[in-house]
Design a protein around this ligand. Structure first.
Ligand code: ADP
Length: 259
């Protein structure tokens, strides 16, 4: 009789964490980290216990986005306590190395760093852990998608053809390792001009929605290109917290309630 397969140790669930969700993009600069942090804050605003793991170890952005400095403290043995900001538990390579240190690690070291940040951190009880993945679809990303027990992945893309082609590779990557696609978010979807009141589709519009329909995954929402999103991120208080009553915060909370 066939025996139930034992999952590989790196695939084992992380005790205390309900679901681990990856936020990924086919290429850099499309707003993956901005979306990750606001999605995590949206989940927290909706009443969930949330952590964020900054797995973008070559370009960690959580220290800046959440205005966190200092070092995580040891708890016992190899276990360290995550940092905290705005009701989120946060772990990032940015807390462990200074900003000037170039990361020149090879694939296997990257994987082991991520595994440690996942398993040797005292996350406590979390409903959701959001993982801000490194951009792209190379070997490191594939192995990570394989090694982290992911409940699903959210893909971030701009409406542009080029970004969408890369996003498609991201979709294919998660499918290859049997991670369900929770949906696609279109970032920088449109621009509402504060002066003329007009709407401008700077990078085109609607490409991500068409792509989602074409491949049969949920379309999660459109986020405008807006200076407040950039300013609040740079200021270390992302828009979901900084403008909690505003329209952008509402968009992210809506996305958070659909994933
Ligand atoms: P990635 O993680 O994909 O590299 P980031 O989240 O770091 O991208 O975003 C790249 C830059 O674009 C940042 O300066 C960020 O503040 C800005 N940005 C991202 N999304 C938006 C948006 N919807 N409106 C305005 N600026 C944005």
């Amino acid at each position: 009789r066939a025996q139930a397969a034992t999952p590989a140790p790196e695939k084992a669930e992380v005790p205390g964490i309900g679901a681990i969700i990856a936020v990924a993009s086919g290429k850099g600069g499309v707003g993956k980290s901005t979306t990750s942090v606001n999605l995590a804050l949206g989940l927290a605003a909706n009443g969930q216990r949330v952590g964020i793991l900054d797995a973008d170890i070559y370009g960690p952005s959580m220290p800046r986005l959440l205005h966190i400095s200092g070092r995580p403290q040891p708890v016992s043995g190899r276990i360290i306590r995550p940092m905290e900001a705005y009701d989120l538990k946060v772990m990032s390579m940015g807390f462990l190395v200074d900003e000037e240190t170039p990361m020149i690690w090879r694939g296997p070291m990257v994987i082991s760093a991520i595994t440690q940040m996942l398993r040797e951190v005292e996350w406590g009880e979390l409903d959701v852990l959001v993982v801000d993945m490194p951009p792209g679809t190379g070997d490191a990303q594939l192995t990570m998608a394989q090694n982290v027990p992911l409940a699903g992945a959210v893909i971030v893309s701009t409406p542009q053809d080029l970004a969408l082609i890369d996003a498609r590779k991201g979709l294919a990557m998660f499918r290859k390792v049997d991670v369900p696609i929770l949906g696609i978010v279109e970032n920088m979807s449109y621009f509402l001009c504060p002066d003329c009141g007009g709407r401008h589709d700077i990078f085109g519009h609607g490409g991500a929605k068409r792509e989602a329909e074409r491949i049969g995954v949920p379309f999660l929402g459109e986020i405008p290109l807006d200076i407040r999103i950039r300013e609040t991120s740079d200021g270390g208080t992302p828009v979901v917290v900084a403008d909690a009553g505003g329209s952008h915060a509402a968009i992210y909370r809506d996305i958070a309630s659909t994933v």
